[in-house]
Design a protein around this ligand. Structure first.
Ligand code: SMG
Ligand code: MG
Length: 369
């Protein structure tokens, strides 16, 4: 039980080592909101996975800032003494905005666990001490560049390659990578760029032994995903379509996918992520930990989550060096066997380095009870 005394919002900006292009756009810098939350027992950190633009989802940094400052933080202050089990109740009057909710809820969970000296992974019931890592590769300017990047990441040890795809270059690129690497775990992610009328693209990929096809169709269209899944051998995985455990249950009931990408930020935080994990585990549906180009703060949390037993596929939990020259925290490193260590210290297990915050924060605001 703790009382939330204040939260500080920090907008950070870190250059990416290479631009990251998806079917909906390109980013060269990581820009996100961090939450530093103070309770009467200590402090905790959370990272909002929204981008500068409402492109991956309807949320974006400036909007999340207002929702956090004017609605979610005051709701937590008003709630008085809360614990991890009751914290989500303070958000009840606010509909939607899962990414903003996740940032403040995760910061509260971190503060509580730090105060109790318990790691997030242990609190989640995770047994693994290392997790298997994959890498997500943005749409490259040419097939040659893509092949070079794939070879580079494989040499580093990554255990699964995910290719971002878009209409036009899709089949040719995926065939080229599969041709060069017949035995690797390979998947594709369309970020909702296709319609069912383009199903032939996915039929052409059906003999490439892909681990999965992620979010091929519109994010609000579970029914057409079910139609597409019925027409393919390859498993579909949903990302953008799954905003809650209720969505996950609906997608599985409808047959819209056979695998789920769990991004805690997309579903309102680590508690709802655990509910989706538990639901999928009960139904023997594989899940894996997605990524949103997080800084070390979000990465630490993802590693704790990915250590849970139902996360049976390598996630988009790549090393700090895949994203940034310098992370906000001590860097996360990939071992040569393609695994990464799960933090064991209390809470998420990391804290942003003060000198890195000085270098990266472009805006900050303290909101007190
Ligand atoms: O964190 O390595 C990462 C990125 C993983 O591909 C990734 N994320 O749809 O799964 C996805 C995308 C969304 C991020 S777009 C900025
Ligand atoms: Mg995705």
């Amino acid at each position: 039980m703790s009382r939330v005394r204040a939260i500080e919002l920090l907008l950070v900006e870190l250059p990416l080592v290479r631009p990251f292009r998806t079917s909906f756009g390109e980013v060269s810098d990581k820009r996100c909101v961090l939450v530093r939350l103070e309770t009467d027992r200590g402090e905790g950190w959370g990272e909002c996975v929204a981008d500068a633009q409402p492109d991956f989802s309807g949320e974006f940094n400036d909007g999340a800032w207002l929702v956090l400052r004017d609605l979610l933080a005051p709701g937590m202050f008003r709630a008085g003494d809360i614990d991890i089990g009751s914290a989500e109740g303070s958000f009840a009057p606010v509909r939607g905005n899962p990414m903003a909710k996740a940032a403040i809820l995760d910061a509260f969970v971190d503060a509580e666990l730090r105060a109790e000296g318990r790691s997030l992974a242990s609190w989640l019931g995770a047994e693994r001490t290392r997790v298997e890592c994959g890498v997500s590769i943005g749409i490259a300017p040419t097939t040659e560049t893509l092949l070079e990047q794939v070879a580079g990441y494989l040499a580093e040890g990554y255990r699964r390659i995910k290719l971002k795809i878009e209409p036009g270059t899709d089949v040719e690129r995926v065939r080229a990578v599969r041709g060069a690497h017949p035995d690797i775990l390979l998947s594709v992610d369309a970020n909702a760029a296709y319609t069912l009328a383009e199903a032939d693209v996915f039929r052409s990929m059906d003999d490439l032994d892909l681990l999965m096809i992620e979010q091929p169709l519109h994010h609000e269209d579970l029914l057409r995903h079910a139609e597409l899944q019925a027409a393919l051998r390859t498993d579909l995985c949903l990302d953008e379509s799954i905003r809650s455990a209720a969505d996950a249950a609906a997608a599985l009931d409808l047959g819209s996918c056979r695998i789920i990408n769990i991004k805690q930020g997309r579903v309102g935080g680590v508690l709802e992520a655990k509910r989706i994990h538990d639901l999928c585990r009960e139904r023997a549906v594989p899940v894996w930990c997605g990524g949103m180009l997080e800084t070390g703060v979000g990465r630490a949390l993802n590693l704790g989550l990915a250590a849970m037993p139902g996360f049976t596929l390598p996630g988009d939990t790549s090393a700090s060096a895949r994203y940034f020259e310098e992370d906000l925290t001590a860097p996360f490193e990939l071992a040569a066997d393609g695994t990464m260590e799960v933090p064991t210290k209390a809470g998420i297990g990391v804290t942003p380095l003060p000198e890195r915050l000085d270098a990266c924060v472009t805006r900050r605001e303290l909101v007190s009870a």
